[in-house]
Design a protein around this ligand. Structure first.
Ligand SMILES: NC(=O)c1ccc[n+]([C@@H]2O[C@H](COP(=O)([O-])OP(=O)(O)OC[C@H]3O[C@@H](n4cnc5c(N)ncnc54)[C@H](OP(=O)(O)O)[C@@H]3O)[C@@H](O)[C@H]2O)c1
Length: 326
């Protein structure tokens, strides 16, 4: 019987357990995917602990917003896919029902796209959420162009590393932000043109120095919290800030008035839009083919160790994506 990770109450990683249940037959327009690997994301932790903004119905909630596998069964009316095709999952808005933490999931056919050629299973499992978010926020939302200076917070994380690679692919200049000076060399090797360690340097001053006094054209912020005013000071007056995440749980002092354009970005804005998904997939495939885009994998677990995978995420010491093979 296929295995699936579920939880019946909110709590720590230990609330997750593996159960056996039949795979769901695909309805018209759906496909069933035999999952080979999935990535662990901060949203999974929020859903599991009861901190997610979206409602998670209990008991028997599933988890997982991304993964990779092969098409296992097709519902009627599905075109352009065959059983056996290697695919990645592009968006699972109802992850508590169709989550990827399982041996099988059944999703609408437009929620899968071909696995980028050149990526192994582990990397393919970890590519979509980070790269679609970074691409959507920087390119579709902020209109990033060659030469733009892009300030990227939480640059050591999945979205941050994707953002640095995408900026480099386009010819923009990524400036990484971390809380730890010890991570500077790693971030330079990962593509940062410069690295700023908060707590050790004044972010606005360091950005102005690096940009010849101009400031960052775009700020990609996955942190929010009390550090936001410093990021606004680091941007040029007509610049753009895109807030994609909220890793810092402390209150965020939003400015009453600012000449900057500020967006909040949720990747579902784009990943549920077939036209943008096509652009995202084309960009991703080209970047992988050219060697410019490749997810950094921090650690790989097995399905039996899914609790350990979440404990590892919660320690916050990872550099890149945490993946579970099925
Ligand atoms: N908008 C969307 O649709 C969307 C999609 C995907 C992700 N997200 C959100 O984006 C954020 C980043 O996701 P991710 O997958 O990149 O996470 P991740 O891989 O877990 O990022 C970890 C990095 O973030 C930094 N960090 C962690 N806690 C921090 C804090 N309190 N203050 C400052 N930096 C902190 C750390 O870097 P240092 O140790 O180097 O400082 C850490 O290495 C999350 O909030 C996630 O929910 C949003």
């Amino acid at each position: 019987m296929p295995r699936v990770v579920v939880f019946d109450e909110f709590g720590g990683p230990e609330v997750m357990h593996v159960v056996e249940e039949s795979a769901v037959e695909p309805a018209p327009g759906e496909v069933r995917v035999r999952i080979e690997a999935f990535a662990v994301n901060p949203l999974d932790q929020m859903m599991r602990s009861g901190a997610s903004p979206a409602v998670v119905p209990l008991p028997h909630a599933r988890l997982g917003i991304e993964g990779t596998g092969v098409v296992d069964a097709l519902g009627s009316g599905v075109t352009g896919l065959e059983t056996g095709d290697p695919v990645i999952l592009t968006a699972i808005p109802d992850a508590s029902v169709r989550g990827s933490y399982a041996e099988y999931t059944t999703v609408p056919a437009n929620r899968v796209t071909g696995r980028p050629a050149g990526l192994g299973v582990t990397e393919a499992a970890a590519v979509w959420v980070a790269y679609s978010t970074a691409y959507g926020a920087l390119v579709e939302k902020a209109g990033m162009r060659p030469g733009d200076h892009v300030l990227i917070t939480a640059a050591s994380g999945g979205v941050g590393r994707a953002a640095m690679q995408i900026a480099n692919q386009i010819g923009a200049v990524p400036i990484a932000v971390t809380r730890h000076t010890a991570k500077k060399d790693d971030l330079l090797a990962a593509g940062a043109a410069a690295v700023i360690a908060t707590g050790h340097e004044d972010v606005a001053e360091a950005v102005r120095r690096f940009t010849g006094g101009t400031g960052a054209d775009i700020v990609l912020d996955a942190v929010l919290g009390p550090g936001l005013p410093d990021l606004l000071k680091a941007a040029r007056p007509e610049g753009t800030l895109v807030a994609v995440g909220y890793l810092d749980p402390r209150p965020t002092p939003f400015p009453v008035a600012t000449p900057l354009t500020i967006y909040r970005y949720r990747s579902f804005q784009h990943t549920l839009d077939d036209v943008v998904v096509k652009r995202m997939a084309a960009f991703l495939n080209a970047g992988v083919r050219l060697g410019a885009l490749r997810p950094a994998i921090d650690k790989v677990f097995t399905l039996d160790d899914v609790v350990e995978a979440h404990r590892h995420l919660e320690k916050g010491l990872h550099a890149g994506k945490i993946v579970v093979t099925v």
